[in-house]
Design a protein around this ligand. Structure first.
Ligand code: BGC
Length: 331
């Protein structure tokens, strides 16, 4: 071995050992692999919480993160945002497991399905507090839920569609997931709202796996399989955007009614153009912000109501509506 190769080899071994030491030390403290710079000073924070969403790189969840980080900065919390980059149940569950193993002070996550999430949440809660956010696992022992009343929001979507179409529509639903609690509730609420309307029929329900591309593919398929469809209801943030792309390309936007969820910049763009006619606006920022405060209260032993609904309103004109402050609510 030349001196140069030996030196390179030595440097490699040293780098490896240092990385191992770092992972052992910080792995105990921090859940994610991409160590944020501030992780090194985690000790200076009062608490360490992890927010685990179903998809990190999703504009909706970035708003939840923003709210949570704001509260974290105000209350001395080290807030980690960790989970699957793109929706993936196994990775989601694994991140919760890792957070438990890392002995964080609290976990804020969705309760996506009773089958997969309830047993895990129940196991975690024996060791540390869990708050469900955006999607509740109401049958689990989670300490509290903060987020939309998902059944009611679906019901509102149904009522809005009836109003806007004068009770005449052949509807296709594209839902984020057939198995997630909140998506099921949004579909059920909608079904119940339109059930007694004779002029409204639900032609098909398809799944987008919360992917905009998949929503577009499904919308395209629906338009070719069911040419009578003249209305769409998208139940997760990217569904209506995918639907709008397809409708603009293959149909007259005035002939197809689209109602979606959330007010992401792209949704607003399509609302302003008149392609998406209405959207159910949730409060992701508030959910994130309040979840951190609730977690601190739980740790301090304060009584926190088990169910804390954030507001939902319908937007039709692209302007964010005044969201009413719910009187008497603690969070
Ligand atoms: C839902 C989130 C979901 C997101 C997907 C939102 O409407 O509330 O749970 O992850 O859509 O884009």
């Amino acid at each position: 071995m030349s001196r140069l190769t030996k030196a390179a080899y030595g440097a490699g071994v040293l780098f490896f050992l240092v990385s191992c030491a770092f992972s052992v030390f910080y792995g105990y403290k921090v859940v994610s692999h991409d160590l944020p710079a501030e992780a090194k000073t985690v000790e200076k924070y009062k608490y360490h919480f992890v927010l685990v969403p179903e998809e990190l790189d999703n504009d909706y969840w970035r708003m939840v993160e923003e709210g949570a980080k704001k509260a974290a900065a105000e209350y001395g919390v080290f807030l980690e945002y960790a989970g699957p980059k793109q929706a993936n149940i196994d990775e989601h569950l694994k991140t919760i497991e890792m957070s438990l193993a890392s002995k964080v002070d609290g976990i804020i996550t969705q309760g996506l399905s009773d089958e997969q999430f309830t047993p895990l949440i129940n196991r975690v809660v024996e060791k540390l507090p869990v708050i469900t956010i955006d999607t509740d696992a109401a049958n689990s022992n989670r300490m509290a839920y903060i987020g939309t009343d998902n059944y009611y929001s679906g019901f509102m979507a149904g009522k809005t569609l009836i109003e806007d179409t004068n009770g005449q529509a052949k509807v296709a639903i594209i839902t984020g997931s057939f198995y997630a609690n909140h998506q099921q509730q949004r579909v059920q609420g909608f079904r119940d709202a339109v059930e007694s309307e004779e002029g409204i029929s639900i032609i098909t329900v398809e799944e987008s796996e919360i992917s905009r591309v998949r929503a577009a593919e499904k919308a395209y398929q629906i338009l070719s399989d069911y040419p009578e469809v003249n209305a769409f209801y998208g139940t997760s943030a990217l569904d209506a955007i995918g639907i709008a792309q397809v409708v603009e390309k293959f149909r007259d936007r005035n002939q197809v009614y689209i109602i979606g969820f959330d007010s992401l910049p792209e949704t607003l763009k399509y609302i302003k153009k008149g392609t998406i006619k209405a959207t159910v606006v949730q409060e992701p920022f508030e959910m994130g912000y309040k979840s951190v405060i609730m977690m601190i209260d739980l740790i301090k032993g304060k009584k926190v109501p088990p169910v804390n609904h954030t507001n939902t309103v319908i937007m039709r004109d692209g302007k964010l509506p005044e969201i009413p402050k719910s009187a008497g609510e603690e969070y």
